[in-house]
Design a protein. Sequence first.
Length: 339
Amino acid sequence: MKVLVGLIVALAAAWTAIGAEQFVVYTYRSFVRWGPAAAIEEAFEAAHPGVDLVWVAPGGGAEMLSRLIAELATGKTDADVFLGLSAMDLPRALAEDVFRPYHPELVPNLASIPEALQLDATGRVIPFDHGYVTFVASGALEEDLVPRTFADLLRPELRGKIILQDPRTSTTGLAFLLWTVARFGDDWPAFWKALLPNTLTVTKGWTEAFAMFEAGEAPIVLSYATDAAYAYITTGEAKYQVLTPDGEAYRLVEGLGIVRTTSNLDLAHSFLDIVLSREIQALIPTSQWMFPVREDVELPPDFARYAVLPENPVFVSPTYAAEHLEEWIVRWQQVMSER
């Protein structure tokens, strides 16, 4: 009898799942694996009984955006919302008409986001987290060699002690290129040329660079301003020091938007509002290892202690960057060929 009852319950659950309305969100793999996806799903489904939130995340953010653009070109996609759009991908997404305008009055939590973090003037993409690319030093670096300024990064004592990433293949590498363009203007190639002797290597991506850093191959790596917080919270050891040359670091912003073909507008606006809720935003620091976009969210004590908000955040307009990036990359390649 118990077996029969269990079978009936299982069949009923399966029938409910099959009959439930689906709301589909495209995002990147790590957001579902380690981010606040489960909490968002729970809050969303509690607010909308009978609706099943489905995450589609087999790849990275840029890969998922390419998939969505390809699906829209054929006139068929299941996606209702895309979450995880980097600021650098914004011009491409707008050019491909991926998103439809949202209605601010249907996203009340939007009022809690400061203007400085708004990345899209067209009213299609809303930021949900932000972070900073900068330099991180290990305890192996002598205190008197810790660089505090851009000039310090060029000190001969740091020869071969810095690991960078390629701006053609790495988000952090691209952020640093944009940072130097913003800092030095037309003279940025001269800074890169001067930095070359102190550069141990330029890796394809962040993962490889940080692995070399952790292995002790160099005491300075281009990374994230939350690395010290991550290390302390996960290992209990304060082993990294976040550096902000001249008080600066490059701001990264991630956004989400409503896919233009969705027929679930009310649900989509509700989803956006839930992601911006205080409860979900409070999970960002220790799941995304980024900063929430809401200013009224209290950071976890250890995160607040070790994560660094730069005094002078640097951010290049995505539109301006997209217009000039090809020429900047060509010039960067020329400088690097002089090594």
